[in-house]
Design a protein around this ligand. Sequence first.
Ligand SMILES: [Ca+2]
Length: 285
Amino acid sequence: MKKSLLVVLALTLILGTVSMLLLAAPLPVSAGGMVVNQGFESVLGSEWTVVGSAGRVCTSPVHEGSCAAEITGAGGSLTQVINVLGLARYDCWGWIYANGSAEGRIELSFLDENSTVISATVLSANNTTGYELRTATMRAPYQATQLQIRLVEAGWNGSPVVRFDDIGVNLPFGGCFIATAAYGTPLAEEIEVLRQVRDEHLLTNPVGGLFVSLYYRISPPVADFIEDYPALQAVVRAELLPTVALSRLVVNTTFAQKMAIVGGLALIPLALAVWLRRQARGVNV
Ligand SMILES: [Ca+2]
């Protein structure tokens, strides 16, 4: 009897703590799936490190808008490094225009904490008449802390021109791997609710950010497993019910209502403690 009460007490405390964390003061942390998307329509910012004869060009042909990145000399490159979450899957793409015998290459390399390349993917195009789209889906090795995006040329001959436009990196499906696998579609309404909680209540505070980071580290293999065994989908959907319900509560209540809920949760262990003390006193007397 007492043991079960202790379990209830512990669960209430955990639930109360989690609610408190969800309501923690927001910090300016960027949310959403898009990591980078470079259209080069504004000036080249501090995000790209430019080496050699490389920069922004605003004469045609350009894929979109009026400007693109351009390399006009051997050894030129544009490099950008972004922070990533290990074991997350990334959609990457870029439009490449490579005149003459030149080859345009978008080298995507995952780096570990020592800035050592641990896996690399290359999108390339040569001898194109216009811009050509190249895409890849990559999974960050668990040691990955950064993704390096490098725009380079190869195979110069004569006076070639290599241009790049709309370089992008994105987390597919907003990264809700387990839920996406369980519902069989990234568009389920339940996933939208979970995504909203992630972006508006978890990524906005450091503890929530840590939780999301941990989730991205452990969930892709779990998601793969669920995809391989469709019978598990219903089980996981059932297990996600309380999470989705709690998420709906978080998304659909006002701040005052949330405070009332947290206050109520905080009162439960207090009431239990008083009740336990009375019970103990009753036994002693
Ligand atoms: Ca552009």
